[in-house]
Design a protein around this ligand. Structure first.
Ligand SMILES: [Zn+2]
Length: 210
């Protein structure tokens, strides 16, 4: 599938409301974005395989993204879900060699999941992944800190012009809890890249929370 075909799936209203969304391509040497219409999923390359943050929702588009990046979906050994919403978690079946990790408190899923707790640290593909519970958007929302440098926030953060906001309240289960989760993330140190699922990324962590 051509990139332009993927781009066309997002209507102009979505384009305008999600100006920071990333097109499929590398973000750093070892982090890659795939855009599946209105959502990004991410791949982190580790010494022992690939790790995906979220799954996207359309198998064709997700697999086309791997092809475009010259990466093999079968090398994905772990999927770390930021939450169970369909656009983030619906494609987990295409990752046939991966274990799928998710925060507690979500709706039961069709495929098997390994449930993780706040601050739980797992070793995946030679990388260290720490789960940081950031409820508010949903009860099971997890941010994932990879090797202490890359923070994937799913829908816990809405970036606008490099600044951090909660998602509009109509998208969040509990807006006050979402704000508390953002305050919790603001205290993390050493983050090199803050990476969201719908609104792009920034490499200026301090400034993003100012
Ligand atoms: Zn969501």
């Amino acid at each position: 599938m051509q990139q332009s075909d993927l781009r066309d799936r997002m209507n102009p209203v979505e384009r305008k409301s999600l100006p920071g969304i990333l097109d499929t391509g590398p973000l750093t040497r070892d982090v890659f974005a795939i855009r599946d219409a209105q959502v990004n999923l991410f791949i982190v390359r580790g010494p022992e395989g690939l790790v995906c943050i979220d799954t996207g929702w359309r198998p064709q588009a997700v697999m086309a993204g791997f092809d475009a990046l010259h990466l093999d979906i079968h090398d994905v050994v772990a999927v770390l879900l930021t939450h169970g919403h369909w656009d983030h978690a619906q494609c987990s079946e295409v990752f046939t060699n991966a274990r799928v990790y998710q925060g507690r408190g979500g709706k039961p899923a069709k495929s098997p999941r390994i449930l993780v707790r706040n601050r739980e640290c797992i070793s995946v593909a030679g990388l260290e992944a720490r789960a940081i519970a950031t409820p508010g958007h949903t009860p099971d929302s997890m941010s994932w800190l990879i090797d202490g440098r890359y923070l994937f926030t799913g829908d816990a953060i809405f970036l606008r012009k490099g600044k951090v906001f909660p998602f509009p309240s109509k998208f969040n289960d509990d807006q006050e809890m979402a704000r508390r989760s953002i305050r919790k993330l603001s205290r993390l140190k050493g983050i090199e890249h803050l990476i969201t699922a719908h609104t792009g990324a920034t490499n200026n962590y301090k400034d993003a929370f100012r």
